[in-house]
Every structure is written in structure tokens, then in C-alpha cells.
Design a protein around this ligand. Structure first.
Ligand SMILES: NC(=O)c1ccc[n+]([C@@H]2O[C@H](COP(=O)([O-])OP(=O)(O)OC[C@H]3O[C@@H](n4cnc5c(N)ncnc54)[C@H](OP(=O)(O)O)[C@@H]3O)[C@@H](O)[C@H]2O)c1
Length: 340
């Protein structure tokens, strides 16, 4: 099978593509031929040595999600599953289970970690669902408990996670605002959000933040924002979010894209507002039933057409360096996938 290995932390040149023997599933396991591997910002952080909690020390195989077709079942397994289209369960790819990442053409997991996928989910998206959609569902529905009529704001509006969040928030009756740092992406984001706001501009050749709190005030009729679904979480950006919160509003921090800086939390007291964090591990730790509640909701959403993923680009697994470089450039809108 094909596999990608990070031999040392560093640049894209550390991604090594190689052929290795295809593993055989043991009793209670299945072998999945991957047709889709979702790429995530965390893969870049991992390769650079900034996410050791997830990667451990090199050598390791990157990749947090995957999906495809069951090619073989282990001894005593249900042979009728061969040929079934599946998504690897959200918690199937975890270092704590001693598993490799998914940047490979085949993957062995437990039988109950290969979840039968809805027919409506195309082959090239089977492995690209959970990091965007379960993160958004977990943060907004499971943790922040969004309700109809609320305003949900999604920074990094062009990221797959924010785009998933916008669909989920809309489906739950909320108004959605997207925040992007990239003026050139606005046209391709307009249908995904009720409004898109550009947060940065160029002054004297430098990118600086513009006073986007005014847009929030105007777009919420001065009521403020109920929920920020925030992967930036730092400095002036977070200060602005706090300033824009409505009474009882909440910033749900799920990523750390921004640079650290001083943050004034005092307005939170006056507004009875809060900042909470969310990582998918939280829903995994709450037990399989909780995680499966999210999975079932999302599968239903894909089956009904309420949820539909935007693919930014597909790359062959053998072109993994080029794919990582493209993600690093940050010009994409939506999800990037590797196809073995
Ligand atoms: N908690 C969890 O379980 C979980 C799960 C999934 C992802 N995450 C986190 O979510 C974040 C996004 O991941 P992804 O894979 O969706 O990323 P991605 O597709 O690479 O998107 C990154 C986008 O973020 C925006 N951005 C980058 N730097 C920024 C900054 N300093 N300030 C404001 N916006 C910035 C840009 O969008 P614009 O051009 O539109 O501004 C950029 O295109 C990462 O931090 C990741 O670790 C967390």
C-alpha cells in the first residue's frame, strides 16, 4: 500500500511517500481502502513539531480522518461488509490507540469504527467529514447549545470548519456571519453566510485589522453576537470578539491560529458572557452515545442535502508535498482532500 511518513519535524520536504506491505485485518477488524483523506491545518502544525500531543515524535504517519470501501474483514467478521462504503469513526484515528494517521491508501480499524456512509456522500468526501462537521456540531450544538434566532459568527470563514458551522447554525435557525481576512474570497463565500465581513486591510504594505466591530454592531442591530465559533483566539481579534458579544454571549475557542497578545476580559462580567473551549476529544470522552448523536445528525444532514461540503482541491496522495504547500498558502475555500 501507499503510505506517507514524516521522518523529522520540519518543512514539506520531510513528507516521504513510500510503498509498504498492505496490513491484514485481525479478528474484529476491517481493512478499508481509502478513497478520501481529509487534510487539516493540524497536519501542518504536526509536521512542524507544533502538535506533539497528537503526533508524538517522528517517524509518524500524519492524517486525522479517512474513509473509503471495506476491502477485507478479519477472521470471523461479517463478509457481507466487503464493498461497503464507510467513514472511519471520528475517534478511530487516535494516537492513544497506538494507530497511525490516515495519509495512506489502506487503513485497519475495528469493525465498529467503520461507519456505513450515506449514499449521498461522494467517495472523495468519505474521509473529510468529521474534522469540519463534528467540530462545528460539538462546539455549537453540543456545547454552546445554539437556539433559533441567535447570531453565530464564524471567523476564518473560508475554512472547512467555519463553512460546516455556517450550515449547522443555519439548519438550527440561526443567522450566520462569516469573518474573513481575505477580501478576494468574499465572492465565493457569499452564499455560505447571511453576511460576510472582511476583518483586515492592507496599509502601507502591511496587513492590519480594520474596525470590524462596527459591522457586527450594524448587522446585529446593536444587540451583539450570541456565539463566536473562533479558531483565532488571540490578542486584538479576541478583544474585538469580546467587545461584540451580546448579553449572555459566548466565544467558543476551538483553534489557535492567532498570535498571543493581551486580552481584556472585563466586559464579560458586565455582559454575563463567557469564553469556553472545544476540542473533539471532549465529545469522545462523553461516551460513544454522545459522539454517535453527532454522527447520526450529520449523516442525516448529508442524506437530506441540508449539509453539503465544499471541496477546495483534490490532490493525489503521491503529491502530498504540493498539497501541504497549497494548504500553507491559505488561498483555499473549503476542504482539501488527498486521494490515494
Ligand atoms: N478543536 C478541534 O477539535 C478542531 C477541529 C478542527 C480544526 N481545528 C482548528 O481549526 C483551525 C482551522 O482549521 P482548518 O483545517 O479548517 O484550517 P484551514 O482550512 O487551513 O483554514 C485556515 C483559514 O483560517 C484563516 N486564518 C488563518 N490565519 C488566521 C489569523 N491569524 N487570523 C484570522 N484568520 C486566520 C484563513 O481564512 P480566511 O482567508 O477566510 O480569513 C485561512 O484560510 C485550526 O486552528 C485547527 O487546528 C480544531
Amino acid at each position: 500500500m501507499q503510505q506517507v511518513v514524516v521522518e523529522r519535524f520540519g518543512g514539506v520536504e520531510e513528507l516521504q511517500w513510500r510503498e509498504v506491505p498492505t496490513p491484514t485485518p485481525g479478528a474484529g477488524q476491517v481493512l478499508v481502502r481509502l478513497t478520501s483523506i481529509g487534510m487539516n491545518h493540524a497536519d501542518l502544525m504536526g509536521r512542524r513539531g507544533e502538535y506533539k500531543l497528537s503526533t508524538g515524535d517522528p517517524p509518524y504517519t500524519p492524517g486525522l480522518e479517512g474513509g473509503g470501501v471495506i476491502e477485507a474483514v478479519g477472521e470471523g467478521g461479517d463478509a457481507s461488509r466487503v464493498g461497503q462504503r464507510v467513514c472511519l469513526a471520528p475517534d478511530a484515528v487516535r494516537l492513544s490507540k497506538g494507530r497511525p494517521g490516515t495519509y495512506s491508501s489502506h487503513y485497519v480499524c475495528d469493525d465498529d469504527e467503520a461507519l456505513a456512509a450515506p449514499d449521498e456522500l461522494p467517495d472523495d468526501q468519505l474521509g473529510a467529514v468529521w474534522l469540519p462537521y463534528l467540530t462545528a456540531w460539538g462546539a455549537l450544538v453540543w456545547k454552546a447549545k445554539i437556539t433559533p434566532g441567535q447570531t453565530v459568527v464564524c471567523p476564518a470563514a473560508s475554512s472547512s470548519t467555519a463553512l460546516a458551522a455556517a450550515q449547522i447554525a443555519r439548519h438550527h435557525g440561526c443567522t450566520t456571519l462569516g469573518l474573513t481576512t481575505s477580501p478576494d474570497k468574499v465572492a465565493s463565500l457569499e452564499s455560505a453566510y447571511d453576511h460576510v465581513v472582511v476583518t483586515h486591510e492592507h496599509q502601507d504594505g502591511e496587513r492590519v485589522m480594520r474596525p470590524w466591530h462596527r459591522d457586527m454592531k450594524q448587522l446585529t442591530d446593536s444587540r451583539g453576537v450570541d456565539v463566536f465559533f473562533d479558531p483565532v483566539a488571540a490578542g486584538a481579534y479576541l478583544n474585538t470578539e469580546i467587545r461584540c458579544l451580546a448579553q449572555h454571549g459566548c466565544v467558543v475557542v476551538y483553534g489557535l491560529l492567532g498570535s498571543p497578545g493581551t486580552v481584556d476580559v472585563t466586559p464579560l462580567i458586565r455582559k454575563h458572557a463567557s469564553i469556553v473551549s472545544y476540542v473533539n476529544d471532549e465529545v469522545f470522552s462523553a461516551g460513544r452515545d454522545e459522539m454517535m448523536r453527532g454522527v447520526e445528525h450529520l449523516f442525516e444532514g448529508f442524506a437530506s442535502g441540508a449539509y453539503r461540503q465544499t471541496l477546495a482541491a483534490r490532490f493525489a496522495l503521491a503529491d502530498v508535498r504540493e498539497a501541504n504547500e497549497a494548504m500553507q498558502r491559505g488561498a483555499h475555500v473549503g476542504k482539501m482532500v488527498l486521494i490515494p
